[in-house]
Design a protein around this ligand. Structure first.
Ligand SMILES: Cc1cc2nc3c(=O)[nH]c(=O)nc-3n(C[C@H](O)[C@H](O)[C@H](O)COP(=O)(O)OP(=O)(O)OC[C@H]3O[C@@H](n4cnc5c(N)ncnc54)[C@H](O)[C@@H]3O)c2cc1C
Length: 463
């Protein structure tokens, strides 16, 4: 009997060792770092970003060492932290099918008291202005001077109307998404720092319908593809690949954020929920084996989207260098300006920028038609954001799509396309960015930057 128990014990140990070992081995397949060859998650995440002459590794070091810390500090400033958005627009495509019931979906709106002076409604501003004019010395700027940096209040009512009409006309030509701004009404300022993009529990049919609609109906697809399975982009022209990659990059960024700031349920009835990084969730979404080999490519698409927005910021540098970043607090405004100039210096020095001049080339008529199609698809995606059934997801979805639309507007405006081209205020093409476009562009880029930083966090956790 003792002999029998001994044999059983040895067998159990051996079994545990073999099975445990193979489990670990298959785990190790996932837990590869960049240097490890073979299938996995991070091992495929290296080399050139598709359709660009830029390596993932160089973007990692540019972002994590230089851009991410600068963005983090800049985006906490008043000019960038308040975003004006309409979360009450009706979904134009289908009846709103789901409201996320979780408390994590709710968005906290700002009251007028929460806002810095430059962002207050006109009436509140006027009463405060009287106070400022009375209390400050004659050296202080007049009301007209104070509002000079504020795009919508610097000019007479008539000019403002003319300007609005002109802008509307111009936007109809060049914007890639529908903007929620002062003209639409029903907009609220949201403090982005109080409403971080993170896990909300929004899942199931409603988000799938959104993603499905984006990829199926509004993304260009290769003829043999349907649904999300856009694995092979061969046979698609560069413009269509760019479009798909940008959307997929945004999707990857959202998935990374919800895995990086995940809400773990309480482990006991009396325990509390905890926010933290969920490696399992990250791997479920990006691991080579768990995604039929598609996850690493989705991560690469994130780097692609990052490169496109990086180039847009570099191209708009002369414009952004001239911007006033007005909030009504001189000290704050100067600090923002300094932060922006510092960021632009880093962005401009990056040598391997995305080259937008490769897009919409060839036959002029066909190129123009393709550009219009590209813009229409993109505008449609911005309207689909009104169908998102979770307010916090809608907020960040709208902001990021608007930021991406602003990046595209910049890329296809200005004194031409290609590495040396730029956009300036008051240029021939009367190029202009509204406050909301600048805020969304920088915040959208900040999201991508924070995603690339989060990949590094996950990489370190498993290596
Ligand atoms: C605009 C928007 C914003 C959202 N914001 C948040 C948020 O802030 N917090 C939150 O918790 N949830 C958010 N969600 C929900 C989240 O994106 C997922 O839909 C949800 O977590 C369910 O995930 P899933 O595993 O079913 O796959 P999903 O992410 O819904 O993806 C559906 C399918 O798309 C394919 N796919 C996945 N990733 C990619 C990619 N990068 N490129 C191409 N194809 C891909 C896969 O085949 C996958 O099965 C948002 C959804 C939308 C539409």
């Amino acid at each position: 009997m003792a002999q029998y128990i001994k044999i059983c014990f040895i067998l159990v140990i051996a079994y545990t060792y073999i099975v445990g070992g193979s489990k670990n081995k298959s785990k190790n397949k996932l837990l590869v770092n960049r240097e490890t060859p073979g299938p996995g998650c991070f091992c495929k995440l290296n080399g050139e970003v598709d359709d660009c002459q830029c390596k993932v590794e160089s973007l990692d070091s540019l972002n994590n060492d230089q851009i991410y810390p600068r963005m983090k500090s800049l985006l906490s400033r008043n000019f960038f932290r308040y975003f004006k958005v309409n979360l009450h627009k009706e979904c134009p495509f289908w009846a709103d099918d789901s409201r996320c019931a979780m408390k994590n979906c709710a968005v906290e709106m700002c009251t007028q008291d929460d806002l810095p002076f430059g962002l207050k409604e006109e009436e509140d501003k006027e009463s405060e202005n009287k106070y400022i004019e009375k209390a400050q010395s004659e050296d202080c700027p007049t009301k007209a001077d104070v509002t000079l940096g504020d795009i919508d209040t610097t000019i007479s009512k008539e000019s403002q109307q003319a300007f609005k009409d002109w802008t509307k006309y111009d936007d109809a030509q060049e914007t890639f998404c529908e903007l929620d701004d002062d003209t639409t009404g029903n907009c609220d300022y949201v403090d982005l720092l109080l409403n971080p993009e993170r896990y909300t529990g929004y899942k199931g049919e409603s988000p799938h319908r959104i993603w499905n609609s984006i990829y199926n109906e509004n993304c260009f697809k290769a003829p043999d593809q349907s649904g999300y399975n856009s694995q092979s982009l061969t046979g698609m022209c560069l413009e269509k690949r760019v479009f798909y990659r940008m959307i997929s990059g945004l999707h990857a960024s959202i998935s990374i954020h919800l895995s990086h700031e995940y809400l773990f349920p309480a482990s006991t009835c009396y325990g509390t929920e905890k926010w933290g990084q969920n490696m399992e969730e990250f791997l479920r979404r990006f691991d080579h084996e768990q995604t039929d080999g598609r996850g690493p490519q989705w991560l690469k698409n994130l780097y692609f989207t990052y490169l496109v927005e990086l180039r847009a910021i570099a191209k708009a540098a002369p414009y952004l260098e001239e911007e006033g970043y007005f909030t009504g607090d001189d000290e704050e405004d100067n600090a923002v300006k300094e932060g922006v100039l510092d960021l632009l210096n880093v962005v401009k020095q990056f040598p391997n920028q995305f080259d937008e001049s490769k897009l919409f080339k060839g036959n002029k008529k066909e190129a123009q038609a393709l550009k219009e199609e590209f813009r229409d698809h993109f505008r449609n995606i911005s309207r689909i954001m009104d169908c998102v059934g979770c307010d916090k997801c809608k907020l960040w979805g709208k902001l990021q799509v608007q930021g991406m639309g602003t990046a595209l507007k910049i890329l296809f405006s200005g004194d031409g396309m290609g590495p040396q081209s730029t956009v300036k205020a008051g240029s021939k093409q009367k190029f202009q960015l509204r406050r909301t476009e600048i805020v969304s562009l920088l915040n959208a880029f900040g999201r991508l930057s924070s995603s690339i930083h989060a990949i590094e966090v996950f990489r370190r956790m498993i290596s």
